[in-house]
Design a protein around this ligand. Structure first.
Ligand code: NDP
Length: 295
């Protein structure tokens, strides 16, 4: 395929499941793609499809105008990027860091890049590796808008939707952290629910359709609660914290009656009781956000 002959050459550093998917999408679109991974032997399928496999990170970097980094975290990024040979090879190029980590690590990496004459964009991928190259992929970006616009056609090759959130380099990571907070606490809640259901003789499969129903309640609540949180109204509506807290206590009671750790729900109940203690029992659960923000 040659639709992308006018796009710059790309390098992908990091060939875990996500790095391999990113490189695969570049190859599919016909971009000249060079790949490297700390542990050799992960580029086989990509080189068979036309990628150049580099012997070292500096060799890989030298082959691409845009260097996409996707490793486990920023400690790994630092181990790859912050070596003299690599920093020298990166000078004048642009790093698009799609590794997940914290906003402060993104800011620190941006300072390092600026000090070494390296263009820097930071991004977060909100969908799993198989989504890359499909309409389902979701990417969040932050950093200099002109740099983003320059390389937008390269990013578009990765499919899905790309949103430039802010020039503030930590913003993509900030969204990522907030969204991961939702995801992992929800998954912990689900895993805990399965443990309780099993203890009561209900299989995960039997629970699944109703669990999906609970999931479907959430999207409209995110809209409604966002309005409340941003306007500071916290209306309790049909489900004030004073009522909700007793259902939380039931989960704790049943859980512990089966000897199942109820730590997560105890924490949730504790937050709800603090809201009530502050005199906001008629408010909705989103009042918790305001309470937590006050420390
Ligand atoms: P991992 O998060 O498992 O990261 C594996 C990659 O990190 C490998 O290339 C590995 O190299 C490299 N690595 C780890 N430690 C070091 C180090 N010290 N020095 C150099 N390289 C190192 O794999 P993924 O590809 O799944 O994820 C990459 C990033 O994408 C992560 O930040 C993840 O959170 C994010 N992401 C992943 C998604 C997914 O579906 N997989 C979804 C959304 C985001 P080696 O092979 O040598 O160990």
């Amino acid at each position: 395929m040659s639709m992308s002959v006018n796009l710059p050459a790309v390098t992908v550093l990091g060939l875990g499941p996500m790095g391999r998917s990113l490189a695969g999408a570049f190859l599919r679109a016909g971009l000249r793609t060079t790949v490297w991974n700390r542990t050799p032997g992960k580029d086989g399928e990509l080189t068979e499809r036309g990628a150049a496999g580099a012997e070292s990170a500096e060799e890989a970097v030298a082959a691409g105008e845009v260097v996409v980094v996707c490793v486990v975290n920023y400690d790994a990024c630092d181990a790859v990027l912050r070596r003299d040979e690599v920093a020298r090879a990166l000078k004048g190029r642009t790093v698009v860091n799609l590794t997940a980590d914290t906003p402060s690590r993104a800011r620190d990496t941006a300072r390092w890049a600026a000090a070494h004459g390296i263009g820097y964009l930071d991004g977060a991928i909100m969908t799993p590796a198989p989504s890359i190259g499909t309409p389902e992929a979701v990417f969040l970006h932050s950093g200099p808008r002109d740099l983003y616009e320059t390389y937008r056609p390269v990013l578009d090759v990765l499919g899905g939707t790309h949103t430039h959130l802010s020039e503030e380099i930590g913003r993509a990571a900030a969204y990522d952290i907030a969204l991961l907070d939702i995801f992992w606490t929800a998954m912990a809640g689900y895993a805990h629910a399965v443990a309780i259901a099993r203890a009561e003789g209900v299989t995960a499969r039997e629970l699944a359709p109703f669990a999906q129903g609970i999931g479907a309640i959430l999207p409209p609540l995110f809209e409604e609660f966002a309005r409340d949180a941003d306007s500071g109204t916290y209306s309790g509506g049909i489900n004030p914290v004073s009522s909700a807290v007793s259902t939380m206590a039931h989960v704790v009671e049943v859980s512990e009656s089966h000897g199942i750790d109820a730590g997560v729900m105890r924490a949730v109940e504790g937050m709800a009781r603090r809201v009530i203690g502050l005199g906001h029992g008629t408010d909705g659960i989103i009042r918790v956000a305001e309470m937590l923000g006050r420390h």
